[in-house]
Design a protein around this ligand. Structure first.
Ligand SMILES: *Cc1c(COP(=O)(O)O)cnc(C)c1O
Length: 422
């Protein structure tokens, strides 16, 4: 695609955008009476306008029905989690029985590791990406210690080649090869939160399977961003949150995928709760846990309903837009941004430029005055994300961002440099 660095071109792209109407379904935060350029959907997605009516409906049911809301009406609470099966399975590429909306991300990561990180004296290592999100690092470290192993020996970090910013698939494979006989689990972010790199999950999954190593992914930055095929790729489990690209609100309910091949395995250890127990018997209050033979069997507690109302509102929008159409637009939006950024010599993009290796997010190093430049952007109504020591992350999101915003952002960034030189 031929991109042009001018306003008319950006506006034409917006006019021709088949998803342009979706922006009006979201509240855009304001700055000095004008819309912000909100490029932070990788951190906290915007509020769907329909979230309010969904939350109000559930509040009203509680107001009018009290405890009977659990089992009354079209929106009864007892099976709220079931409403997410279809939209979530479309987003992650799975069977409906392989996904469940529950808890928060790090909680789900721990629950998944209880089942899928089962170290032995011979096989106890976890291969993860270096510079993994801190919460994930803490989870790995504490799980390793919980099983009585030493994190310094057990945790193997994938690091880029000297002088490079992102990982090469062949190097990931080489590291797995080197440690394969001692590795119990490979666990990486599907899309790296810092660099914006999307990993070749299928190749890694194939390799893990051939070597009998469990493979899990943290899709905090992948879900709602990339089309995924978790079932076909044979990934063992995945976890994600829903407040980033999934626009479900701060701390919103998260999700988990467990591949069908594990559903019948009653020997898998797990931390159990009554919501994961065989449904027909749930209210018989009997002893003896019988897991539901689907991802639902990993649930612990009854549903956080008000937290799920907004999640529902958001996933309804994803169902309407479709992840493949969103991806198509996303590649154009970030492609346009990357094209414009080539003109600027004071930043260095670290996100891979090749389409299959990236999603919405573009991360850039700013060698000098990075924080000042970031603050200037902020003063002009650009909501971006700063990561110490010198990285600005920008995520144009296809549901609510426009080509014109990308063009405006580029101009403000250009200005920022001049102001700092003055
Ligand atoms: C955002 C994010 C988290 C946050 O964890 P919570 O449990 O939702 O607070 C964890 N891991 C990754 C990779 C993330 O991107």
């Amino acid at each position: 695609m031929e991109f042009e660095s001018n306003l008319a071109f950006a506006q034409k792209m917006d006019q021709e955008d088949p998803l342009v109407e979706f922006r009006s379904k979201f509240h855009i935060p304001q700055h000095q009476g004008k819309n912000t350029i909100y490029f932070c959907g990788n951190s906290l997605g915007l509020q769907p306008k329909s979230a309010k009516e969904h939350i109000l409906r559930d509040l009203k049911n509680w107001e009018e029905l009290g405890v009977e809301g659990h089992f009354t009406g079209d929106w009864q609470w007892v099976d709220y989690h079931k409403r997410f099966r279809k939209p979530l399975s479309n987003l992650v590429g799975s069977l409906e029985s392989e996904v469940v909306a529950m808890n928060n991300l790090t909680v789900n990561l721990h629950l998944a590791m209880v089942s899928f990180y089962r170290p032995t004296k011979e096989k106890f290592k976890i291969i993860c990406e270096g510079h993994a999100f801190p919460s994930d690092q803490y989870a790995f470290e504490s799980q390793v210690k919980f099983h009585g192993y030493n994190p310094n020996e057990a945790i193997i970090e994938l690091v880029p080649k000297e002088g490079e910013d992102t990982l090469r698939t062949e190097d990931i494979i080489a590291t797995i090869e080197q440690h394969k006989n001692e590795t119990a689990l490979i666990l990486i972010g599907g899309l790296q939160y810092y660099t914006g790199q999307f990993f070749d999950l299928k190749t890694i999954a194939d390799y893990a399977q051939q070597n009998n190593i469990t493979f899990g992914v943290d899709l905090a930055h992948g879900v709602g961003n990339m089309p995924l095929k978790l079932h076909d790729w044979g990934i063992d489990f995945a976890v994600w949150c829903s407040y980033k690209y999934l626009n479900s609100g701060p701390g919103a309910v998260s999700g988990m995928f467990v591949h069908e091949k594990h559903h019948q395995n009653v020997d898998l250890p797990r931390f159990a709760g009554w919501w994961g127990h065989e449904e027909k018997e749930r209210f018989m209050m009997k002893k003896g846990f019988i897991p539901i033979s689907s991802a639902d069997g990993w649930q612990l507690s009854n549903c956080p309903v008000f937290n799920m109302s907004a999640h529902y509102a958001s996933l309804e929008i994803f169902e309407e837009a479709g992840i493949d159409r969103l991806r198509e637009k996303s590649l154009k939006l970030s492609g346009y941004l990357l094209h414009l950024l080539e003109e600027l010599d004071f930043i260095k993009v670290i996100t891979p430029k090749t389409e299959q290796d990236r999603g919405c997010q573009v991360s850039m190093y700013v060698a000098e005055n990075g924080k000042k430049i970031f603050d200037y952007l902020h003063s002009k109504g650009v909501i971006a994300d700063w990561r110490e020591p010198n990285v600005i992350r920008i995520a144009p999101v296809p549901l609510y961002n426009t080509f014109e915003e990308v063009y405006q952002f580029f101009n403000i960034l250009k200005e920022a440099k001049n102001i700092i030189n003055d």
